[in-house]
Design a protein around this ligand. Structure first.
Ligand SMILES: Cc1cc2nc3c(=O)[nH]c(=O)nc-3n(C[C@H](O)[C@H](O)[C@H](O)COP(=O)(O)OP(=O)(O)OC[C@H]3O[C@@H](n4cnc5c(N)ncnc54)[C@H](O)[C@@H]3O)c2cc1C
Length: 448
């Protein structure tokens, strides 16, 4: 793959920043509920609160959709993140609830698009877990069985049966969800929010959140908000204040890149008839998806842990792009001559359970970290459920499986540089043994 002319971005390859950034908060104000963070999670929370007649203020450090909500791979997943084999082992009772939450999250985002008439290139073709070798296929069959027992749905088949690229052995296609342009989705939700009665302040970085006399006091550089309740929806940036529960999450940096447009007949030759996005079953996944502009977006394979707050705004290193380009050339040898057009990255929050977490600090500060690679659908759905909880006073069943009864979290294991490096090394070692390179070359040769 050619990487000599890559556009490295500190924002996203999906969309440009908005031209109509809303002015920052200047002065003090009071409100019933303040939402901090304008990603898909915070925006959906504020939108729902406004729809339900609440006096809501949203504070966003940059502009709504600045964070991972506009930068991700655009896959609407309908299966929980993390390793279902481990979850089945550690949380057998909670698993059905997690599966239901994941499916309802996908449905929620589809409804959000319809209700607010958001055009975001959505293709409801179900994300596919894809195996690069027979070991990964075995894992997928186990995962599919666990999923079925927990009430979930997925269709297992060969690559031909699923219509995913021939270089893969096969996989499991999820029954709901699909792929979209996440930049357009978050821009559409921002538009809906700005048209709602919610008061939105962009370019307003919250510097501290404290409690005083039963109220939540939110400090920003040019004004203070006094709220009866607050929702923390800052995702990976959540470790910046003392009030955040310790070890709630750790920030991880991951990247995406997009190829130049590829001739349609070359894409057709891959056998990718379902157009479903694919994620491999490595310890640290690789993902590949098509776009309506005849390009392929490729992501992850390596993750880096953020060490200190505030998290830097950064573009991907050339070395990371080089590595992803190498992976692409291995999985798609027939396209090894294609150039990388652009690359970008984002911060996500990983929780120690690898699952969404929501909860409450004291009686009036709610938090939600709905990420771990599946947050595009889960963050807004969980946000809307938190909004309903604030209004109704009762918790929806879908929150039960992820609700932290006490804001206390176990220490992280395997999430330091050594653990991440080990996971990456295991992936590269198994790739040497699983025959994936040979299989991809054979698949490419068959269509020549
Ligand atoms: C490269 C990448 C690929 C991914 N791929 C997928 C995928 O394919 N499918 C999927 O489901 N998920 C994916 N994810 C995860 C998904 O994007 C996130 O889980 C989801 O967008 C989280 O939404 P959010 O609203 O919680 O956070 P964010 O979108 O990150 O929003 C948080 C917001 O808080 C603001 N903020 C932070 N600090 C402050 C402060 N002090 N004051 C005010 N505002 C503040 C930020 O500016 C930001 O706008 C991916 C993530 C990345 C980075």
């Amino acid at each position: 793959m050619r990487i000599d002319n890559v556009e490295y971005s500190t924002f996203s390859g999906w969309i440009d920043p908005p031209a109509d950034v809303v002015p920052a908060l200047a002065g003090d104000l009071t409100c019933d509920v303040a939402v901090i963070g304008g990603g898909m999670g915070g925006m959906a929370t504020a939108l729902r609160l406004a729809e339900r007649g609440q006096d809501v203020v949203l504070l966003e450090a940059q502009f709504c959709g600045y964070g991972s909500s506009s930068r991700n791979g655009g896959q609407i997943a309908s299966v929980p993140g993390g390793d279902l084999r481990l979850l089945g082992l550690l949380h057998p009772k909670a698993l059905p609830g997690m599966v239901r939450l994941a499916e309802n999250s996908a449905r929620f985002v589809e409804d959000l698009m319809k209700t607010h008439d958001i055009e975001c290139d959505y293709e409801p073709n179900g994300l596919a877990l894809a195996a690069v070798g027979h070991g990964q296929m075995l894992r997928i069959r186990t995962v599919a069985a666990i999923l079925r027992r927990a009430g979930g749905h997925g269709h297992v088949g060969t690559s031909e049966e699923l219509g995913i690229p021939r270089g893969f052995v096969g996989g499991m296609r999820e029954s709901l969800g699909g792929m979209l342009n996440p930049g357009k989705l978050s821009r559409g939700v921002r538009r809906a929010l700005l048209s709602s009665p919610a008061r939105v302040f962009e370019k307003t970085k919250v510097t501290d959140v404290t409690r005083h006399g039963g109220k939540v006091v939110i400090s920003t550089p040019r004004g203070t908000v006094h709220a009866n309740k607050a929702v923390l929806a800052t995702n990976a940036y959540s470790g910046e204040w003392d009030i955040t529960p310790k070890r709630l999450s750790v920030p991880m940096w991951l990247i995406e890149m997009e190829t130049e447009p590829i001739a349609p007949e070359r894409i057709a030759a891959l056998g990718w008839s379902s157009r479903s996005g694919v994620i491999t079953q490595h310890q640290i996944m690789e993902h590949y998806r098509l776009t309506p502009r005849n390009t392929i977006v490729i992501g992850v394979r390596r993750i880096e842990r953020g060490r200190t707050y505030p998290l830097p705004a950064k573009a991907p290193d050339r070395q990371l792009v080089e590595e992803l380009a190498g992976a692409f050339a291995t999985r798609f040898p027939a396209l090894a001559d294609v150039a990388v057009a652009r690359a970008w990255g984002g911060w996500i929050a990983i929780t120690s359970s690898w699952l969404s977490v929501a909860g409450r600090i004291e009686d009036n500060i709610y938090y939600s970290i709905a990420c771990n690679g599946h947050g595009l659908a889960q963050a807004p759905y969980v946000g809307s459920l938190i909004a309903d909880l604030i209004v109704d006073g009762s918790r929806a069943e879908d929150l039960d499986g992820i609700w932290a009864k006490e804001p206390k979290f176990p220490p992280f294991t395997m999430m330091g540089p050594l653990g991440l490096r080990t996971a990456w090394t295991v992936d590269r070692f198994t790739d040497l043994l699983n025959g994936s390179r040979r299989r991809a070359l054979r698949a490419a040769a068959r269509v020549r």
